[in-house]
Design a protein around this ligand. Structure first.
Ligand code: HEC
Length: 114
């Protein structure tokens, strides 16, 4: 009985921890105006790749995405147009470690938690 309760609370805890990671990531995404150029899906015409497209390249590879946001990894989604994205990286250059994790999680989250 106790074991079962412990399992359930652990599952609930990790679910809520993931939610808040997505929420924090979204908060940063909005705060830095990333949404101006990045729409959630490919339906909308926007300057940068959609979160859907970003997720295709980085889902399961969030470490590399965090390095990209630090300015330490090369672009892999649309390298030819990196000139438009590059100046944006000054916004994400000096974040807390946890914020890199949250932003990377959000950027690849279109199909997570659904
Ligand atoms: C002025 C428009 C613009 C803004 C604002 C912008 N981006 Fe981008 N972003 C682009 C363009 C264009 C690309 C495609 C070039 C590329 O892939 O690097 C891109 C690509 C990306 C990629 C894919 C990188 C790769 O591997 O190729 C990520 C991740 C990204 N942006 C995240 C962000 C985040 C986070 C913010 C907010 C801090 C942001 N962008 C703000 C235009 C923008």
């Amino acid at each position: 009985m106790m074991k079962k309760l412990l399992m359930i609370s652990l599952i609930l805890y990790s679910a809520s921890a993931q939610m808040s990671l997505t929420e924090r990531g979204k908060e940063l995404f909005m705060k830095y105006n990333c949404n101006i150029c990045h729409a959630p899906t490919d339906d909308a015409a926007s300057v940068g790749p959609s979160l859907e497209t970003i997720a295709i390249h980085y889902l399961g590879n969030e470490r590399q995405l965090m390095n990209f946001l630090r300015g330490e990894a090369k672009p892999i989604v649309d390298p030819v147009r990196f000139g438009i994205m590059k100046p944006q990286l000054y916004k994400t250059k000096h974040m807390f470690e946890e914020d890199y994790r949250a932003l990377a999680y959000y950027l690849t989250s279109v199909h997570k938690n659904q």
